[in-house]
Design a protein around this ligand. Structure first.
Ligand code: PGA
Length: 252
């Protein structure tokens, strides 16, 4: 299974800064093929600059969100059709910051995943519990609900792929990752939820699982090697070119 690394630049960089970081990554890694799938997710306004910077490389381009309609009077939204036209191949959906600050719900996540697949994009579905939910012993229930409702009615066909990223909300940006056993447990919960949705093995084979939340140069291997895990979603550490390049090397 191809391992992956997703760089979530959030709203941390300006357009020129994003371009410079992308160029630096291409410089450092050269134009050779990468040992896994590496997806850079800049902010919307930086997408065109970054796609230009990576055009001769093996990096892939991801967006941080998508709207579920393709066209229409939806001021401020961005469609999957436009993302695909720009060269985007992946899109993050349901990141906890969107759930927390922008009223993203499992129902809207579901519509966005369908829209992404319809446009040939690979959705990166982010799931994970808050600290309160974890303390109340709700972790598994939260994951099951987010997966059940988020993936309702979705069928993966042809070249469709899906990435599910387990991102415990309470460790994002803290520098304190969870332990790999926790991550493997979450992976097993995700797999069971897919089985409960009625997804056959052939469909489940199109799904790769990853972990996100304070992943850095020092801890990445334990997450990439955790049973059931195929990749990682990296926020803060993806903004430092040298550190990120070291992490890419771990995909081999
Ligand atoms: P972090 O962010 O690596 O800075 O914790 C991860 C994320 O929010 O996807």
């Amino acid at each position: 299974m191809k391992k992956f690394l997703i760089a979530n630049w959030k709203m941390q960089l300006g357009v020129r800064e994003s371009r410079r970081l992308a160029e630096r990554l291409v410089d450092l890694l050269g134009h050779r093929s990468l040992p896994g799938e590496v997806v850079l997710c800049p902010s919307f306004p930086a997408l065109t600059e970054v796609v230009t910077a990576i055009r001769t490389s093996d990096f892939k381009l991801g967006a941080q969100d998508i709207f579920w309609q393709e066209r229409g009077a939806f001021t401020g939204e961005v469609s999957g059709r436009d993302l695909a036209e720009l060269g985007v191949s992946h899109v993050m959906i349901g990141h906890s910051e969107r759930r927390q600050f922008f009223q993203e719900t499992d129902a809207s996540v579901n519509k966005k995943i369908k829209a992404a697949l319809a446009c040939g994009l690979t959705p990166i579905l982010c799931v994970g519990e808050t600290l309160k939910e974890r303390r109340e012993g709700q972790r598994d229930l939260v994951l099951i609900r987010q997966l059940h409702d988020g993936l309702q009615g979705i069928i993966l066909v042809d070249h469709d792929q899906l990435i599910v990223a387990y991102e415990p909300v309470w460790v994002i940006g803290t520098g304190q990752a969870v332990n790999p056993q926790d991550v493997s447990h979450a992976g097993a919960v995700v797999t069971q939820a897919l089985i409960d949705l009625g997804w056959a093995l052939e469909t489940r084979n199109r799904v790769r699982l990853g972990y996100g939340g304070s992943v850095d140069q020092k801890n990445i291997t334990q997450f990439l090697n955790a049973p059931g895990m195929a990749g990682a979603l990296v926020g803060g550490s993806s903004l430092r070119a040298e550190e990120f390049v070291d992490m890419v090397a771990n995909l081999a």
